[in-house]
Design a protein around this ligand. Sequence first.
Ligand code: GLU
Length: 316
Amino acid sequence: MTTPTIDGPAATRDLTGPALMRHAERAAELGRSVARTGAVTAKIPELAKVDAGAFGFSVATVEGTELGVGDSDVQFSLQSITKLFALVALLQIEPTAWEHVGWAPTELGYGSVTELERAAGRPRNPFVNAGALIVTDRLLRHTGSAVGRVSTLLRELSGDSATHSDAAVAASEAAADHRNRALAHVLAEHGRLLNPVEDVLGEYYAQCAITGSVLGLARGARFLADRRLHRLVLDSDNIRRINAVLLTSGMYGAAGDIAYRIGLPAKSGVGGGILAALPGVGTVCAWSPPLDLEGNSVGGVAALEHFARTSGWSVF
Ligand code: GLU
């Protein structure tokens, strides 16, 4: 747990474009100034090549305001943020898929083999890696290509034609990964996978290697906030459940800390991206590669905390 960087009363909510831009610029400045205290992920060697000083910030409101600061249109590796879009893609086909992945917070961390083994191979939620493997597996069975379906959904929602799966990043994770392999084998032993382990892992690495920009992500996730868009993407019950599980489980072991400091449903990835939504209002996204010990972007968390506070964006 880190100490909140901001204290004092939160602002009343301000939604005009110029005010949001001012808040976003200050948030990005603050985020950039602390980013270097983190470290770029060592889990996926190919991601060590990214510019650690890159910083992007974006906001999209349900009213249609869209703004970006810094590297807001640069493609980066979405990694675990794809778990959100994979879940949406699966729920579009199988609205009751929750029964296979659960919705409770993890106690032992997003990659825990112990927790999975203790639950006879039933994952805690769709954002721990075991749950995400189940989502990818089922999507693969339904569509023949989980990575294809998730990339297409992201392109449709964001309008970002540059979104693609980066083969070098996927191969780099495949070569270095042991933990997802272990999780997949535990799932298979308990009869939870529909496809062979190697097929599921290949799809999962390729799905995590999908790219996006913060501007595209904020626009692409607007359905989480916009009730008019909801029904074009998913039914309202499932959107509400997704937002709830993002709040409790979207930020690895720091979900409670993030709820306390920022107060928004959010999902992060080891590529340094964080996507957050305020239902009824809009989405906000940050990208800065250096991570803290929980695996969340240091600059991204600081920027989001500042933005949430000064713009009055919080579900509480
Ligand atoms: N591909 C990464 C993994 O499965 C994603 C991790 C993350 O972004 O949290 O370990």
